[in-house]
Design a protein around this ligand. Structure first.
Ligand SMILES: NC(=O)c1ccc[n+]([C@@H]2O[C@H](COP(=O)([O-])OP(=O)(O)OC[C@H]3O[C@@H](n4cnc5c(N)ncnc54)[C@H](O)[C@@H]3O)[C@@H](O)[C@H]2O)c1
Ligand SMILES: O=C(O)C[C@H](O)C(=O)O
Length: 328
């Protein structure tokens, strides 16, 4: 039996966490042979702390064989202590009529404090996934607030956009979603992101050639994927939760256990690849192996793609400028 690993989850009484924690505890994220200790963080107010107790009672009632221990706390230094995985979900979600950027100032303070706490107490190889919006910039803030941890440990969730894009392509081509390979999403987790299927294949055949409709790409596919979060808020009155939790599981599982050479999308600090300035937290195509991700290199960037990649980059640069004062 493997030794248990500590998994910290923030926003643990929230709606994403309610879809996420039970799947982590059942082994869907780190494998059916990997015991876990859940370290759950919520804000220090009576209602969320009470709700967190209820969630922990339910986790207990599942009698998951892999859940060896758990702790609920309002102190980041307790939640992140020795954590090897940290899923930063806790943040204010947007409501109808808001853009994710509207959350910037409010949520930036949370990620400065949590980056510092990770810096102080987390395992030195901690894998951090930021889900709370605006996810890329929050991940950037956490990374910058944790100077003693490697920058590559900090990632942002683009996987929901990736999965949404895959499902739209499956519906358009009438093929199985699992047969789609080499899909990617560039940039920010926002309507500016660029889901790029120019290299995608289904059973070895080009998806672009199969669809053969640039107007559909520009006028239907990209807006549908880009505005999917808003469409769900409109329909549910609440932001996506189960699909977000599912994407978080996918992201962490692939990072920890590998992708077997297959491409996926992660928001990661740029190393300068594809002309994206170093350090910008940007969606890239990656493969994962032995607990590390690597950017897929050598893809041709045409004029349309360069424009889209710059558009989403500009938004990230603007977000970065708006929170620069918080980083001191
Ligand atoms: N990246 C993505 O693809 C993606 C997808 C869906 C939602 N989101 C974002 O995820 C976040 C959470 O969404 P939700 O629907 O679970 O929201 P929610 O309001 O249901 O839950 C958030 C929880 O976080 C807690 N929280 C707030 N500040 C905290 C802090 N400093 N420390 C610990 N906990 C804190 C709140 O008390 C609340 O219980 C939002 O920012 C949302 O926009 C991101
Ligand atoms: O859109 C939101 O605010 C929630 C989330 O980022 C999503 O994409 O569903």
């Amino acid at each position: 039996m493997k030794a248990p690993v500590r998994v910290a989850v923030t926003g643990a009484a929230g709606q994403i966490a309610y879809s996420l924690l039970f799947r982590i505890a059942s082994g869907e994220m780190l494998g059916k042979d990997q015991p876990v200790i859940l370290q759950l963080l919520e804000v220090p107010f009576e209602k969320p702390q009470q709700a967190l107790k209820g969630v922990m009672m339910e986790l207990q009632d599942c009698a998951f064989p892999l859940l060896t221990d758990m702790v609920g706390t309002d102190d980041p230094l307790v939640a992140f202590k020795d954590a090897e995985y940290a899923l930063l979900v806790g943040a204010r979600p947007r409501g109808p009529g808001m853009e994710r950027a509207d959350l910037l100032q409010e949520n930036a303070k949370i990620f400065t404090a949590q980056g510092k706490a990770l810096n102080d107490v987390a395992h030195r190889d901690v894998k951090v996934l930021v889900v709370g919006n605006p996810a890329n910039t929050n991940a950037y803030i956490a990374m910058k607030s944790a100077p003693d941890l490697p920058a590559k440990n900090f990632t942002a969730m683009l996987r929901l956009d990736h999965n949404r894009a895959a499902s739209q392509l499956a519906a358009k081509t009438g093929k199985a979603v699992a047969s789609i390979e080499k899909l990617l999403v560039w940039g920010n987790h926002s309507p500016t992101m660029y889901a790029d299927y120019r290299f995608a294949t289904i059973n070895g055949e080009s998806v672009k050639a199969m669809i053969g409709d640039e107007a559909w790409n520009r006028d239907v596919f990209l807006p549908t994927v880009g505005k999917r979060g808003a469409a769900i808020i409109e329909a549910r009155g609440l932001s996506s939760a189960a699909s977000a939790a599912n994407a978080a599981i996918d992201h962490m599982r692939d990072w920890a256990l590998g992708t077997n050479g297959k491409w996926t999308t992660m928001g990661i600090p740029s190393d300068g690849s594809y002309g994206i300035p170093e350090g910008v937290m940007y969606g890239f195509p990656v493969t994962c192996e032995n607990g590390a991700y690597e950017i897929v290199q050598g893809l041709e960037i045409d004029e349309f793609s360069r424009d889209r990649m710059n558009f989403t980059l500009n938004e990230l640069e603007e977000e970065r400028a708006a929170i620069a004062h918080l980083l001191g």
